[in-house]
Structure formats: structure tokens, C-alpha cells
Design a protein around this ligand. Structure first.
Ligand code: CTP
Ligand code: MG
Length: 340
């Protein structure tokens, strides 16, 4: 009887895995969408080069880090060497150029926290935000993309978590919940912590046969890590956990095990640091540090700083809801993503 029960249990887990993988696959952008994104960026490059021959255009954010779902906007960074460029002037000039090339809804938002030009390509319907000289974002985009190449379960877990966060309304930084970037870092850190580990720590080098193979200094921040990730393709193979188990454990961790009062998540070190060590124990300005996620390169930057005393409750209640569903719900794949 025992073994019969075990077989049934195994079947339930297999079925749940298949459901999660189905959701993951349905979220992946189809190849033709990727082609259209590339075409739009090629067009933008052509226009930009005419005005600024020395400039470069980089894709960052979800279209560049491999964590983008279908129909995402493209985030683009215009890199201009000239150190004292006036960003507002460049953005207004850029908006002018784009407008006269039939791109639609062109808007320069020069007063935003990150000033950008927004636009829509009428041919493909793709929207795009262009910012100036945000090179740290380009570098952290590469880091995320490199982590994704090591073990397929990272991309699967992050797609599920992002889909959950969007469905439940907890992926809105302007309302005090977390950015997609923060959720992906939470997933990387979680997989670094599994026993056996599913992901290594690429910045903790030299270690485990890894050394620095990529190094740039951007805005006085040194960004260095091991980026020959094709050599790590079997890193996580000793860990056999499936996506359903990982989703369960992820929410369980954030609902019941994370020490919100003392801990800082650090992908950079592949460990948990103390708030005390980072002097993140009290509110400074608008940074409350109620949930702490260290940026892998800008280490003084807490990605949880947008969270306030109201939204932390919303967030933790959502983690608990998700954990309960994963534990008890007979059909978690429906309930988990129910619109809030
Ligand atoms: N970014 C950052 N610091 C932050 C937030 C974002 O450096 N505090 C950068 C990251 O490079 C990130 C990019 O801005 O990849 C876009 O951020 P975000 O909109 O959170 O993520 P996307 O991956 O674009 O997610 P979505 O699919 O929701 O568009
Ligand atoms: Mg984006």
C-alpha cells in the first residue's frame, strides 16, 4: 500500500511539473518576435549613428537578459562617450529624430528618475524605452543572461515567479513592490543556496576552477566575474529537484524562513549577509530596508528600498498565499496566478 501511495504521489508531482513547464513554454517569446525586436533595434541604430557617429546602442532589461516574456517592451541604452553630455538635450534631440522617422507615440520624459524617450514602432507594435549611459544596467543584464545559461531551471523558476508577481500585482515599484530585476536576483540566490547547489556564484572568484574572465569598470564600479559559463553546463546536475519542487520551496522560503529583520540577500557572494554589516538597519531617507536584496555590482544599492511598511505586508501575505497554495491546493497552477 505504501508503494502504491508513493507511485500516486510521484504521478501528482510529474503532472504538476508538466503543468508548470507548459506555462513556462507559453510565456517564452516566439522566434518571430525576437526577429522583430532585432529589426527595430537595427533601425534605431541607423538613426542614432547619423547624429552621434561614436555612439553605441545596447539592449538591456528583459529582452537582453533572457527573462523576458512574450510582448515585453524593449529597454535600450544609448551610450555616448562624451562625459559632460546633457542628458535632457540628447533625449530631446533623439525624440526629434525618431519622430521624423515615423515612429509613434514618441515622448521624452526628461524629469523621470531614469530619464528616457518612449516610442512605439507602428510596424511591429513593439514599444521601446531609450535611456542614456545606463551602462551598469547593460552589465547586470549580461550577468543575468549568463546565469540563465548555466541551468534551465533558473529561467523556468523566474518566468513562473514573474508571472505570479504580475498576476498578483506585486511587480509594481511605484506602488512599493519589487521590480522584475529584484525577483530574478531572488531566484538566482535561491538556486545558489540549494543543497546541492543548482547555480554557482560567478563573482566569487577564483574558486571552483573559475577565475575572472570578464571585467569592466563602469561609473567607478568594478564589475568582474567568470563569464565562460558554457564550462559550467553540468554544474547543477547533482541536484535533481524539479520545477514544481523549486516553486514550492521558493515560496516556502519567502513565506516562512527568510529572516526579514536581519538578512540581506547577496548574489554577489552567494550567501546571506547581515543588515548590520551593511548598515541597513534603519531608515535613511526613503530607504527603509524592510526586505533587503543587494545589487550584485552597486553593492550600496538595496533593491528592496522601494518597499514601505504597507507594501511589505502585501508582499508577505502574497508569499504566504502562494506557499499555502503550493502546499494544499489540488490545482495550484490555476489558483497561484489568479488575478488579484
Ligand atoms: N535595473 C537596475 N536596477 C534596478 C531596476 C532595474 O539596474 N533597481 C535594470 C536592470 O538591468 C534590469 C532593467 O533595468 O534588467 C529593467 O528592469 P525591470 O523593468 O525591473 O526588468 P525587466 O527585466 O525589463 O522586466 P519586465 O519583463 O517586467 O519588463
Ligand atoms: Mg523591461
Amino acid at each position: 500500500r505504501n508503494s502504491k501511495r508513493q507511485i500516486e504521489c510521484r504521478r501528482d508531482i510529474d503532472r504538476l511539473n508538466a503543468r508548470f513547464l507548459g506555462i513556462y513554454e507559453s510565456l517564452i517569446p516566439p522566434d518571430e518576435e525576437k526577429v522583430k525586436q532585432k529589426q527595430l533595434v537595427t533601425l534605431l541604430k541607423k538613426l542614432v549613428i547619423k547624429e552621434w557617429p561614436e555612439a553605441e546602442l545596447y539592449i538591456y532589461g528583459s529582452c537582453g537578459n533572457s527573462f523576458g516574456v512574450s510582448k515585453s517592451d524593449i529597454d535600450v541604452c544609448l551610450a555616448i562617450e562624451d562625459l559632460d553630455v546633457n542628458k535632457s538635450e540628447v533625449l530631446l534631440k533623439l525624440a526629434d529624430i525618431l519622430q521624423s522617422d515615423n515612429l509613434q507615440n514618441v515622448q521624452a520624459l526628461t524629469r523621470a528618475r531614469v530619464p528616457i524617450v518612449k516610442l512605439m514602432d507602428p510596424v511591429t507594435g513593439i514599444s521601446c524605452d531609450i535611456c542614456i549611459n545606463n551602462l551598469l544596467a547593460v552589465v547586470n543584464t549580461k550577468l543575468l543572461r549568463d546565469y540563465a545559461k548555466i541551468d534551465a531551471r533558473l529561467r523556468q523558476l523566474a518566468f513562473i515567479v514573474k508571472h505570479w508577481a504580475k498576476s498578483r500585482g506585486v511587480n509594481e515599484t511605484y506602488r512599493g513592490t519589487l521590480s522584475s530585476y529584484a525577483y530574478v536576483l531572488m531566484c538566482i540566490h535561491f538556486l545558489q543556496q540549494r543543497k546541492p547547489a543548482i547555480l554557482p556564484c560567478l563573482q566569487l572568484v577564483p574558486c571552483q576552477g573559475m577565475e575572472i574572465t570578464y571585467a569592466v569598470t563602469v561609473d567607478n564600479v568594478e564589475c568582474a566575474y567568470f563569464d565562460q559559463v558554457e564550462k559550467l553546463s553540468s554544474f547543477g546536475s547533482r541536484n535533481k529537484e524539479s520545477i514544481a519542487q523549486l516553486v514550492w520551496a521558493f515560496f516556502n522560503y519567502w513565506a516562512y524562513w527568510h529572516d526579514y529583520a536581519n538578512d540581506v540577500l547577496s548574489v554577489r557572494t552567494g550567501s546571506v549577509l547581515s543588515k548590520r554589516g551593511k548598515d541597513w538597519t534603519r531608515r535613511i531617507g526613503n530607504d527603509r530596508h524592510l526586505i533587503c536584496i543587494e545589487d550584485p555590482f552597486e553593492t550600496s544599492h538595496d533593491l528592496g528600498r522601494v518597499v514601505d511598511k504597507f507594501s511589505i505586508r502585501v508582499l508577505r501575505e502574497e508569499f504566504e498565499r502562494a506557499a499555502e497554495i503550493m502546499q494544499y491546493d489540488p490545482d495550484p497552477c490555476v489558483t497561484l496566478f489568479e488575478p488579484y
